[in-house]
Design a protein around this ligand. Structure first.
Ligand SMILES: Cc1cc2nc3c(=O)[nH]c(=O)nc-3n(C[C@H](O)[C@H](O)[C@H](O)COP(=O)(O)OP(=O)(O)OC[C@H]3O[C@@H](n4cnc5c(N)ncnc54)[C@H](O)[C@@H]3O)c2cc1C
Length: 371
C-alpha cells in the first residue's frame, strides 16, 4: 500500500510513524526545505501520552521534558512598569493535567527519529494537482513529479493545500477567532526569574517565557482578518510591528527590536477548522488541516498525535475498506475535537482583553499570587 502524507510536522510525522509501523510504504512531502522545528514549547498530554508509548517514544519525551510544567500552569500579569498585577492560569480547565511539556524542536526530532528509515521524505515540494480515480489518487507535484497512491493523508496544517484542492477554499472551513499571534525567541536578558510574564494594553498582549535553555514568547493582538501571504515572513513581521506601533510599556520596545531581527518568527491567526467530514474517496485530512482547535487550546499537538494513531489503527483493521476506516476515525476523534475547540473564546478574552476596563477586571479576578 503506497501512502502519501502531505506535511512533515506533528500530524505528518506521527502518521508516517504509525502507518510505516503497520507495514505501509510511506512517502512524506513537505513544502519547507527541512523540518520546521521552531516554536513555543508544547504539551503532550492525556491520551497522546499513550500514543507516545505505542510509538516507543514516551521515555524520550520524559527525558526531554522542559521541567517547567508546574511553573507554566501560571503566567504573571504585569503593568507598564513590570509590577505584578495578576496571575493567570494558562491551561483550559477541561484539559488533562497529565502532561509533558517539551520544546517543539525536541518533539519534532523525537518523532522524526522514530519514523522507520524506509519512509521517503521529499522536501521543498508540494502537491499541486490531485485526481482520485477511485482506484488510486494521482498526484502532480509543484516540481513536476507525478505519483500514484492508494491513500493520501493531508497533514499540511491550518492552511492545507490538500483541503483546498479537494474540499474547496479555506474560507469555508477556517473560523478566525479575531486574534493574531507571532512567536519568536528573545535575547536571554529579556527573560526573568525562570517565569512567564504577560503585559496587556487594549487588544494587545505580549508574553515572555524564561527557560534555562530558551527565552521566547511573542505578541498577540485583536484584529479582523488581515489578508496576507502565509509564506511571506517579512510581511507578517510588518503586520506585528504595525499592530504594536503605539505600545510602549514594559519591555515592548526591546521585544519589537528582537522581532525585527528574528530568524525564527512564526505567525498565524488564531483560527479553528470546522468541517462536516474529513475525508473523500481515498483522501483524508489529519491534524490542524481537519480540526485545528487553535493556538489558545493547547490541544493541537495532542490531537494530531491521537488522530494519527487512530487513523492508522482503523486503516489496518478495516482491510482496504477506507470508507469504514475513515468513518471510525472521525467517530473516535469528534468528541475529543469538540472538547478542545469549546472554551477557546473564553481563554482568548482572558489573554487579550479588548479594553482597559476589561484588563482591570481580569486582573481583579486573577490577583497576583504571592511567592
Ligand atoms: C514552524 C511552526 C511553528 C509552530 N509554532 C507553534 C506555536 O508556537 N504555538 C502553537 O500553538 N502552535 C504552533 N504551531 C502549530 C502546531 O504545530 C499545530 O497546531 C499542531 O501541532 C498540529 O500540527 P499539524 O502537523 O497538524 O500542523 P502544522 O504543525 O501546522 O504543520 C503543517 C506542516 O505542513 C507543511 N505544509 C504546509 N503546506 C504544505 C504543502 N502544500 N505541501 C507540503 N507541506 C506543507 C508545513 O510546512 C508544516 O510542516 C507551529 C507550526 C509550525 C509549522
Amino acid at each position: 500500500m503506497a501512502i502519501l502524507i502531505s506535511g512533515a510536522s506533528i500530524a505528518g510525522l506521527s502518521a508516517a510513524q504509525r502507518f510505516a509501523a503497520l507495514g505501509a510504504e510511506v512517502t512524506v512531502v513537505e513544502r519547507a526545505p527541512s523540518l520546521r522545528r521552531h516554536g513555543a514549547p508544547i504539551d503532550v498530554r492525556g491520551d497522546a501520552l499513550d500514543v507516545a508509548a505505542r510509538m516507543g517514544i514516551r521515555d524520550a519525551l520524559v527525558a526531554h521534558e522542559t521541567g517547567a510544567a508546574q511553573r507554566t500552569a501560571f503566567t504573571h500579569l504585569v503593568d507598564a512598569e513590570g509590577v505584578r498585577v495578576g496571575t493567570l492560569p494558562t491551561e483550559l480547565p477541561q484539559l488533562s493535567s497529565d502532561d509533558l511539556e517539551l520544546f517543539r524542536e525536541d518533539l519534532i526530532d523525537i518523532l522524526y527519529g522514530s519514523v522507520d528509515p524506509k519512509v521517503t521524505f521529499v522536501f521543498e515540494d508540494s502537491i499541486q494537482e490531485l485526481t482520485d480515480t477511485g482506484a488510486a489518487v494521482q498526484v502532480r507535484f509543484a516540481s513536476g513529479r507525478t505519483g500514484s497512491y492508494e491513500l493520501l493523508i493531508g497533514a499540511d496544517g491550518i492552511h492545507s493545500t490538500t483541503r483546498r484542492l479537494l474540499f474547496g477554499p479555506e474560507r469555508r472551513y477556517r473560523r478566525h477567532l479575531g486574534v493574531y499571534y507571532g512567536i519568536l525567541s528573545f535575547p536571554d536578558e529579556l527573560g526573568a526569574d525562570g517565569e512567564t510574564y504577560v503585559y496587556s494594553e487594549p487588544g494587545r498582549s505580549a508574553l515572555i517565557s524564561d527557560y534555562a535553555r530558551w527565552t521566547g514568547g511573542g505578541f498577540t493582538f485583536l484584529s479582523p482578518e488581515i489578508p496576507h501571504d502565509y509564506h511571506d515572513v517579512e510581511q507578517q513581521r510588518q503586520i506585528v510591528l504595525d499592530a504594536y506601533s503605539e505600545v510602549r510599556g514594559w519591555k515592548i520596545p526591546e521585544m519589537l527590536e528582537a522581532l525585527k531581527n528574528s530568524g525564527d518568527f512564526y505567525f498565524d491567526s488564531a483560527s479553528q477548522i470546522h468541517m462536516d467530514g474529513w475525508s473523500r474517496g481515498r483522501v483524508v485530512l489529519l491534524g490542524d488541516s481537519a480540526f485545528a482547535p487553535s493556538f489558545f487550546s493547547g490541544q493541537g499537538t495532542p490531537l494530531a498525535m491521537i488522530g494519527a494513531d487512530i487513523l492508522a489503527a482503523e486503516w489496518a483493521s478495516c482491510e482496504g475498506d477506507l470508507e469504514k476506516a475513515f468513518g471510525r476515525y472521525e467517530e473516535a476523534m469528534r468528541p475529543l475535537v469538540s472538547v478542545a475547540q469549546d472554551g477557546v473564546p473564553e481563554a482568548r478574552d482572558r489573554v487579550v482583553p479588548a479594553s482597559w476596563e476589561a484588563i482591570e477586571e481580569r486582573n481583579r479576578q486573577w490577583p497576583p499570587k504571592l511567592d
